[in-house]
Design a protein around this ligand. Structure first.
Ligand code: GDP
Length: 453
């Protein structure tokens, strides 16, 4: 941790500018050796948050004309002295500046090392650090917004408040252990039960929202399924706004799974186009069909495309019945209907009247997908939502431990047993923000960051 670290903060390659980041107690000394500011008077005042023009040297050799940003401890990203060197965007130039910093004593940073230092120096907790990665990797505006609210510390505050509730309850139990002969024991048990149940309610509310959070972050694995020629490829193309799948009049030509991501109503759909569900004799097609049934099982959302001027088939009924929770029926080609009267099985909200050709139904599809993701209004986009699998898993373990505590209270277990269960809950909730975390877990988390972050 005492080392001064350096890394490229921008991706290698020819670009307009590159940025290198230098952080640590020796960062200032290294910069003094290499940077010759144009305005020495201003530079010498050591003002924080300034950008300074000058040349970057390695010994007597000028490497580039640069802008150096100065962010001094503790008011920097890492909490240490940080200098950011903006140089010209050639790979060669940036590499030479990097090497000069290393020659003057800096170590090449590991992936995520700047953020890890920020965490260790108390600049952010783990929820915020993981939000940084999510923000960088977000593929939809909704995912980016979610990561931003987490980065802001709102979610951390909710977790901290839950942690405090559990901590306070633990203190209450420990007071109970200290005074076992206290004659208000029964009353205390009731209070304790209320306290544990309140923590349980908060935990469950967060877990319920996390289903939405996870979808906003990772998207939904979506299968488009339907008989040949109903318009699956046309729908996929329309969603992607590009000719990625082959659209044709000959039934059964979309044989390969096509994986694409598309944002529908702000929700990322990871699309898998399939070969259809017809009972075809063609071997190649049959292989595709078997895969389709497997894909349906693993899918989180099924877009079943049917044709408006044809009644539902046995297979289509089957899919609607067994996957009721995750299927949306798209009743395509309504433009072919004479008076637009749908078959009765498509009515009562069972299907969205659709025409890819006339671009009808897309808005209704967006509304339906959003409504399902937000659990029909039970969860709001403005809610503090957990979305990270690690954090969700820690909260699930916290819930189990709280439930165990509540049961133990009911069974009249002694106070010291209750304290063991509740301490486990406290440890799990603490893992989320990083108040209680093993070094190996930290390494695992920060190794997923990019170099320079
Ligand atoms: P797939 O086999 O299910 O992938 O079906 P395709 O997307 O290849 O479409 C089959 C045929 O139906 C093509 O000729 C499309 O142009 C046509 N088609 C797709 N959507 C519509 C629609 O909404 N209305 C009409 N009339 N034809 C459509």
């Amino acid at each position: 941790m005492d080392d001064t670290i350096v890394a490229m903060a921008t991706a290698l390659g020819e670009t307009s500018i590159h940025i290198l980041r230098l952080s640590g107690s020796e960062a200032g000394t290294i910069i003094e050796k290499c940077f010759e500011p144009q305005n020495m008077k201003r530079w010498s005042r050591r003002e924080n948050f300034t950008l300074n023009l000058g040349v970057f040297r390695d010994e007597s050799r000028v490497l580039d004309q640069v802008l150096v940003g100065r962010m001094l401890a503790p008011s920097s990203y890492t909490g240490e002295d940080v200098y950011e060197i903006n140089c010209h965007g050639g790979t060669f130039v940036a590499q030479r500046i990097l090497q000069a910093c290393i020659r003057h004593g800096a170590q090449l940073a590991e992936p995520g090392e700047f953020s890890k230092r920020a965490f260790l120096n108390g600049k952010m907790d783990l929820v915020q650090a993981e939000a940084v990665v999510d923000l960088i990797c977000s593929r939809t505006e909704t995912a980016a917004n979610l990561a931003l609210t987490q980065l802001d510390g709102g979610l951390s505050a909710t977790i901290v408040s839950l942690r405090e509730k559990i901590l306070e309850t633990l203190a209450f139990i420990e007071a109970g252990i200290d005074f076992p002969e206290d004659d208000v024991e029964t009353l205390d048990r009731e209070t304790l039960e209320i306290k544990v149940n309140m923590a349980l309610v908060d935990t469950r509310r967060l877990l319920a929202g996390s289903k939405t959070g996870k979808i906003l972050r990772d998207g939904l694995l979506t299968v488009i399924v339907g008989r040949p020629n109903v318009g699956k490829s046309s729908l996929l193309n329309a969603l992607l706004h590009e000719e990625r799948a082959i659209v044709t009049d000959i039934p059964g030509t979309t044989r390969d799974e096509i994986r694409e991501s598309v944002s529908v109503g702000g929700i990322l759909l990871q699309l898998v186009d399939t070969a259809g569900i017809s009972d075809s004799q063609d071997l190649v097609e049959r292989l595709g069909i078997e895969r389709t049934w497997k894909a349906l099982q693993t899918a989180e959302l099924i877009l079943l495309v049917v044709q408006a001027n044809q009644p539902l088939t046995k297979e289509e009924y089957h899919i609607i019945n067994i996957y009721a929770e995750k299927v949306i029926v798209i009743v395509n080609k309504i433009d072919l209907l004479e008076n637009e009267d749908l078959f009765s099985e498509y009515e009562n909200g069972k299907g969205i009247p659709f025409s890819v050709l006339q671009h009808r139904g897309f808005e209704e599809l967006e509304v339906e997908i959003r409504s399902r993701v937000y659990q029909r209004g039970a969860v709001l986009a403005s809610d503090q939502l957990l979305s990270n699998v690690r954090q969700i898993s820690a909260l699930e373990r916290c819930e189990i431990a709280l439930k165990q505590t509540a049961e133990s209270i009911k069974m009249g277990m002694p106070w010291d047993i209750l304290s063991i269960d509740l301490r486990a809950a406290l440890n799990y909730v603490s893992e989320i923000t990083g108040d209680n975390v093993q070094e190996s877990l930290l390494e695992d988390i920060f190794s997923r960051f990019c170099i320079g972050k």
